[in-house]
Design a protein around this ligand. Structure first.
Ligand SMILES: [Fe+2]
Length: 314
């Protein structure tokens, strides 16, 4: 099971909205929601990755500073991570219709997933949950699942373990994988993925995991998952598996391997390359496509509003 943070004070909302089967659900009709006039759209999903929240909300970090960085010592760019997540949350809550679901694709925490980091993280995502949006989390290399579980008393015993599951939406299934701290899926999870995809071949699938499947050649080259090639082959053999969407590389990227589109999500927090985009992605699903739009923290960034389309049905 994945880590799911249900809307606060409205756990019944998820069951109710999914049971209705429609794509737009008015919160007022369900008797839930702080903003009772808000509509929740199952075909709209907010995509975040690499929030890297510190236990100190005032902390900024120079993401451009890494071994071998071409940026001069005095020219590093610093980003406040808590402010970036808080701004993203405000923008997502203001959407109309509001996405029913939000995925944070790993690296919620700044360092190694300490209790203090997750307390801050949960404080920052609380407004999203209070707005009626369900938050789904995958595990990244900076996360510590035990420490996060420890702060989620509502988690049931069966939800603790490998954090992989499926969000079934009207036009696509979102498959959330657990690429762990080292990008390793393991045989058990790979078998599970194969079985789940084969059982759901009637609907397009978008696969999410924190790690990039193949080495990237961006500004800060990043090794790929040990089983990345095999994973992409497995997906390419199933034509309904349309895309693999990952974090980890802190760079908004788009490539294609066979028939599978590979999307690198921007970090909410700090970027590795000077002036690179950071923010979140607004994904809208229809029968024919998944349309991704980049929402930069800096609305004047040249890539703000960038779009990528994943064809679901041609
Ligand atoms: Fe990261």
């Amino acid at each position: 099971m994945p880590i799911i943070l249900p809307p606060i004070n409205r756990r019944d909302f998820i069951k109710s909205s999914l049971a209705l089967g429609g794509s737009v659900v008015a919160s007022s009709s369900l008797g839930v929601g702080r903003d009772r006039s808000a509509e929740f759209e199952l075909n709209r999903v907010a995509l975040l990755a690499d929030t890297h929240i510190s236990d100190n909300p005032d902390r900024s970090y120079p993401g451009t500073k890494w071994p071998g960085s071409p940026v001069k010592e005095e020219e590093h760019e610093w980003v406040n991570m808590a402010d970036s997540l808080a701004q993203s949350a405000r923008e997502i809550i203001e959407l109309n219709p509001r996405p029913a679901n939000l995925v944070i694709n790993g690296d919620c925490a700044f360092s190694r997933g300490t209790k203090g980091e997750y307390q801050e993280f949960l404080r920052l995502v609380k407004p999203i949950r209070e707005a009626g949006i369900t938050v789904h989390i995958t595990i990244g290399n900076h996360d510590n699942r035990e420490n996060l579980w420890g702060l989620l008393p509502f988690l049931k015993k069966e939800q603790v373990g490998i954090q992989a599951d499926i969000i079934e939406l009207p036009h696509a299934n979102l498959v959330l994988l657990d690429s762990g701290r080292k990008g390793i899926l393991g045989d058990k999870q790979t078998d599970w993925l194969t079985e789940q995809l084969d059982r759901r071949s009637d609907k397009p699938a978008l696969i999410f995991g924190h790690f990039n499947p193949l080495p990237t050649s961006g500004v800060r080259p990043c090794r790929g998952m040990p089983e990345g090639s095999a994973l992409l082959k497995l997906l390419a053999q199933r034509k309904h598996a349309k895309a693999y969407i990952h974090g980890h590389t802190h760079d908004w990227q788009h490539s294609k391997e066979d028939s599978v589109q590979i999307i690198g999500q921007p970090p909410v927090s700090y970027y590795f390359g000077k002036g690179h985009a950071h923010g979140w992605v607004d994904m809208k699903l229809s029968e024919k496509s998944a349309d991704l739009e980049l929402c930069c923290i800096d609305s004047k960034h040249t890539q703000h509003g960038d779009r990528i389309q994943i064809v679901l049905k041609s």
